[in-house]
Ligand binder design. Sequence first.
Ligand code: USQ
Length: 389
Amino acid sequence: MKILIMGIDGYIGFPLAMRLLNRGHQVYGLDNYITRRRVSKVGSDSALPILSFHERNRRLKRHFGHQIPFFYGDASNPDFVYKVIEKIRPDAVVHLAEQRSAPYSMIGLREANETMVKNITSTMNLIYAIKDIVPEAHILKLGTMGEYGTPNIDIPEGFFEIEYNGRRDVLPFPKNAGSWYHWTKVHDSNNLMFANRVWNLAVTDVMQGVVYGTKTQEIDETGLYTRFDIDEVYGTALNRFTAEAIIDMPLTVYGKGGQTRGFLSLNDSIQCLTLALEKPPKAGEYRVLNQFDEKYSVGQLAEMVQRIFENEYGKRPEIAHLDNPRVEKEEHYYNPEHRKLEEMGYRRTKIIEEEIVDAISDLSKFRDRIYNLRGTLMPKTFWKLSAYN
Ligand code: USQ
């Protein structure tokens, strides 16, 4: 298949590109390296050193025999997106080119608007370009489990049957996001659903949980790391805990730590996205996949990291319950369905404890680098303080 990855320079984009090359697909990439700039704007850097995309691409040639045709530009620019889609005429487009940090979107009005405008327009550009140029192509769009929020009832995969005042219908499950970032993904989902209804576009809307880990089969084979963020803005729960333990910092659990989310290893995220591409929706179908492996509370994850460190290294990191910088439930019911990917053939590659051990072994090689990032770890972005500065 001819597959375009929008956001190919990111945590998921780069390893996905290598997996798809490995499986014999023709891979194309688009990026403007904005995540590198945004992370540096908040005073941080990837905890694992990464090469420029140009250099990585040169090295891919050694492993896969050729480089990835690459388009530098901004996915929120419609002329650019049209030009790239016209040039490639892809069978599928994976859209990962969005601002992906909840805290970044809550810094203030500028960042909130930037996230709204860039995310929503990039998806609109893609929708129109696909409709006008290759209407049969598959749009694989990265949404988030955070679109649903944490309702006190089970969460279905996108749609549910409801009875109200004696009448029944199948409707989209209500969304209730917890940051401006997460709301942009809700808006994207609504826009994709509408585009599907009007123009019959084939769409997979992936509700992905929190991704963790440093490894995929291809990262091992090529030695080319993907970025790994640990700061309070771009780092995510388990990845942050692992890095914190390495430099003997307390694990930063926010509030009570009962916040429960779906989690998935990087390797399994790549496995799921590959499956979704190779088993596309039917023509004209809008398909929602809840993409995570297991649910955990952040408190459970911190205890897991604590236990693994104690067993493997004989030292037991502290767990600090910090005042929660976010506005969210700290104890709640959480039971999302996630059957479709399993039905499509998804099988977990490794248990979470093994992934944590692997991540520790990769990150330990860069202890000094992580130590130098220690000033970026404590929360500074508070939902209640978000303002126009
Ligand atoms: N948390 C802590 N300590 C930390 C960091 C986070 O307790 O040091 C807590 C948060 O308060 C929250 C939970 O962990 O309750 C998850 O936070 P996170 O920063 O790991 O993830 P989140 O902000 O939800 O966003 C991440 C990705 C985003 C993706 C989302 C999937 O950055 O792109 O969409 O995970 S989900 O969480 O399912 O919405």
